[in-house]
Design a protein around this ligand. Structure first.
Ligand SMILES: CC(C)(COP(=O)(O)OP(=O)(O)OC[C@H]1O[C@@H](n2cnc3c(N)ncnc32)[C@H](O)[C@@H]1OP(=O)(O)O)[C@@H](O)C(=O)NCCC(=O)NCCS
Length: 109
């Protein structure tokens, strides 16, 4: 059966708590990387229906600061599947509690 990238899509929402921040009041990059890793892993598991591990991460770009207290929405999906491995992409947008549309803050492939 043919599987589409959309079928693996994951939307994960997190709040940046004070413990997720750094001394300048923005999110600790390692925490964002953790959330990205989890979202991408869930997308891969949805695709292959097996347990997965992360072999490598190509790019991780922090485009704008994400402040403590913001809400972060991560969207991941499988972009390509090979023999036993998959490639997933993940982007995230951050917004304040009152804002509507957030802006793209992190991109990973
Ligand atoms: C990822 C891992 C399983 C690959 O093991 P391996 O013995 O090199 O396996 P293989 O050589 O048979 O490769 C299996 C597939 O992984 C791919 N792969 C291996 N290393 C890779 C890397 N660094 N980046 C991207 N793909 C990789 C191979 O291209 C191959 O793909 P294909 O089957 O679709 O052609 C192994 O390196 C590992 O267990 N790493 C630790 C993972 C981990 O602990 N992650 C952190 C916690 S989730």
């Amino acid at each position: 059966m043919k599987k589409t990238p959309a079928a693996s899509r994951v939307v994960m929402t997190e709040t940046v708590l004070p413990g997720d921040g750094n001394p300048v009041g923005t999110a600790f990059g390692g925490k964002i990387a953790q959330w990205i890793d989890v979202a991408a892993a869930i997308a891969c598991q949805r695709h292959c229906r097996e347990r997965v591990v992360t072999a490598s991460m190509d790019d991780l770009h922090f485009l704008r600061p994400i402040r403590v207290g913001m809400i972060v929405e991560l969207r991941a999906q499988v972009n390509a599947a090979f023999r036993t491995s998959m490639e997933a992409g993940c982007g995230s947008r951050a917004r304040t509690r009152s804002a509507g549309n957030g802006s793209m803050c992190v991109r990973r492939s």
